[in-house]
Design a protein around this ligand. Structure first.
Ligand SMILES: Nc1ncnc2c1ncn2[C@@H]1O[C@H](COP(=O)(O)OP(=O)(O)OP(=O)(O)O)[C@@H](O)[C@H]1O
Ligand SMILES: [Mg+2]
Length: 262
């Protein structure tokens, strides 16, 4: 079968297996991330903070993960470590064959550029560029990127290509940020409180965009949130507490973002 270019990577067919087949799938497949005893300590002496205190996790191809936990429990630190924005203090952190704990700055930059898309609470768009130009900034430096227009179409902004950020709502700006993050077809999409600044209805539209990217491109997606309702849209819900994984729960099925109520 020929897969249309926008549908991207080879893992798509495999990740369609869900529910009962999921555990078998995981048992057979290599994880994208293998994480063992991961720690991160900031500062020293009196100011020392143990942000991660021994995290053990495997994250698999195409999973949609919702990461919950109280403020200060280490969620952002964890995301920054797996995204190559920060390096751990100790422990094992592997992305495929790449040892992220030992990688130098050049290798980490290359990893972030090719393999990771980030979405943050605040959109960080360039105000003087249109939606299309904000996305094109990335597609011009990436290999095998989709056209900016296709990325914006994926997040339902095909009709807003030439609008500037100031002419877009918060939810629309966040969807431009998602298009920018996924246009290079990263294997991993990391979202730190992507709906934190948005009202409920707008938040749901943003989650729909993230869910569609995950489903159609097979992008391993991690969403940090304080909103426990979002757990229902995940394949797996991971809860952090005091710098550790408190629980990891596989949902039997994912709820559509549009069905979430909060
Ligand atoms: N750059 C840093 N320097 C010093 N301490 C830090 C740094 N980044 C995070 N910390 C500390 O590490 C701990 C974990 O922080 P982190 O930002 O990962 O928590 P979080 O779970 O994302 O919280 P929130 O839900 O409030 O965003 C906190 O005690 C925080 O103060
Ligand atoms: Mg945080």
């Amino acid at each position: 079968m020929r897969i249309p270019k926008i549908l991207g990577r080879s893992g798509n067919d495999r990740r369609l297996a869900r529910g009962a087949e999921e555990s078998a799938l995981h048992a057979g497949g290599d994880p994208v991330f293998r994480i063992r005893g991961l720690t991160k300590t900031y500062g020293s002496g009196l100011t020392e903070v143990r942000a991660l205190a021994g995290v053990d996790l495997d994250l698999y191809e195409g999973e949609l993960i919702v990461l919950l936990g109280p403020s200060g429990s280490g969620k952002t630190t964890f995301l920054n470590n797996i995204g190559g924005l920060d390096v751990p203090t100790s422990g094992e952190l592997r992305y495929r064959q790449l040892d992220l704990a030992a990688a130098g700055e050049d290798r980490l930059t290359q990893y972030r550029r090719i393999s990771v898309g980030f979405v943050f609470q605040f959109y960080n768009l360039i105000p003087s560029l249109t939606a299309r130009e904000n996305v094109a900034l990335i597609t011009e430096i990436a290999r095998d990127a989709m056209p900016a227009e296709a990325a914006l179409e994926m997040v339902n902004l095909g009709a807003r290509l030439d609008h500037f950020p100031a002419q877009l709502s918060g939810g629309e700006q966040q969807r431009v940020a998602i298009a920018r993050a996924i246009a290079k077809r990263p294997e991993v999409l990391l979202c730190d409180e992507p709906t934190g600044a948005l009202d409920v209805q707008t938040g749901i539209v943003v989650l729909e965009a993230i869910e569609r990217v995950n489903r159609e491109l097979g992008t391993l997606t991690v969403i940090i949130t304080h909103n426990a309702v979002m757990a229902d849209m995940a394949d797996r819900v991971i809860r952090f507490s005091d710098g550790r994984v408190q629980s990891s729960h596989q949902n039997a099925q994912r709820a559509l973002p549009s069905s979430l109520k909060w």
